[in-house]
Write a protein that binds this ligand. Structure first.
Ligand SMILES: Nc1ncnc2c1ncn2[C@@H]1O[C@H](COP(=O)(O)OP(=O)(O)O)[C@@H](O)[C@H]1O
Ligand SMILES: [Mg+2]
Length: 243
């Protein structure tokens, strides 16, 4: 579904070049679960943004279902992003002036194009998705009235409104305590199964690893896939499932 070919990203700060991603090549198939771990500053967010069509690589290509996404027009790339790719970030990025329900509806309203789905239908779908994340009681609240875990569940609901093929999660539990962290991970796993999506999660948190089919490690911009045996988590749990 996604194929990354020799991705490189270099930032320039004055005369200094920062190579945030170095020669990354890999593929992600439909419904696969992929964990990318690495310390802060290792290039995780940069890589995820490139994969999701948000940030053009300095060199290399990203193919989504065979389309070289950075050779497409901005409009065509936005459409793929809106219809096929869901994003979840550490800091939720909810719009404060809109209600929970409106926040969830927004990507469907923006991406309506020629589908002409009625607003009432979108509202109904958004309400159903809010039930999946157990927030139907909060539909009319504003983001400021929610806890961190609730806010992240709204962001998850919003990411699902257009039924993406893949969900890209950037430190989705980075801002949460351990109870909420578990709650969000459980929520992501349940929805991943239900919605038949691929899930890619990047984190510096070594405690998150159970159940992912594939694990990558990124260090100083270089990404490497690690097998079950080579992967020794530094956190509390033993790794249970690998492929
Ligand atoms: N917009 C930017 N301009 C300059 N340097 C950046 C920019 N974004 C990220 N970097 C640098 O690229 C490296 C990788 O950053 P990032 O992808 O955010 O890492 P991570 O998500 O693993 O913490 C870091 O050294 C960071 O300082
Ligand atoms: Mg990051």
């Amino acid at each position: 579904m996604i194929r990354a070919v020799d991705l490189n990203k270099t930032y320039y700060q004055g005369r200094t070049a920062i190579r945030a991603v170095k020669s990354a090549s890999f593929s992600i198939s439909r419904r696969e679960t992929v964990l990318i771990t690495g310390p802060s500053g290792s290039g995780k967010s940069t890589l995820l943004h490139i994969l999701g069509g948000l940030d053009k690589p300095t060199a290399g290509k990203v193919f989504f279902d065979g389309n070289d996404i950075y050779s497409l027009s901005d409009g065509a790339r936005s459409r793929i992003r809106n219809e096929k790719i869901g994003f979840i970030f550490q800091f939720y990025h909810l719009l404060p002036e809109f209600t929970v329900l409106e926040n969830v509806m927004l990507p469907a309203l923006m991406g309506r194009g020629d589908k002409k789905e009625g607003v009432a239908d979108i509202r109904r779908r958004a309400q159903n998705i809010l039930k999946l994340v157990k927030l139907n009681g909060r539909a009319c609240h504003r983001p400021a009235e929610l806890s961190g875990g609730e806010s992240q569940r709204v962001a998850i609901a919003r990411s699902l409104i257009n039924s993406p093929d893949i969900l890209l999660c950037d430190e989705p539990t980075g801002n949460l305590d351990s109870t909420m962290r578990q709650e969000i991970m459980n929520c992501l796993w349940a929805l991943k199964e239900k919605e038949n999506m691929a899930l890619v999660l990047v984190t510096h948190d070594e405690r998150i690893h159970d159940g992912f089919q594939r694990v990558f490690r990124i260090e100083d911009g270089t990404i490497e896939e690690i097998s079950g045996e080579k992967y020794v988590p530094q956190g509390l749990f033993k790794r249970q499932v690998c492929r």
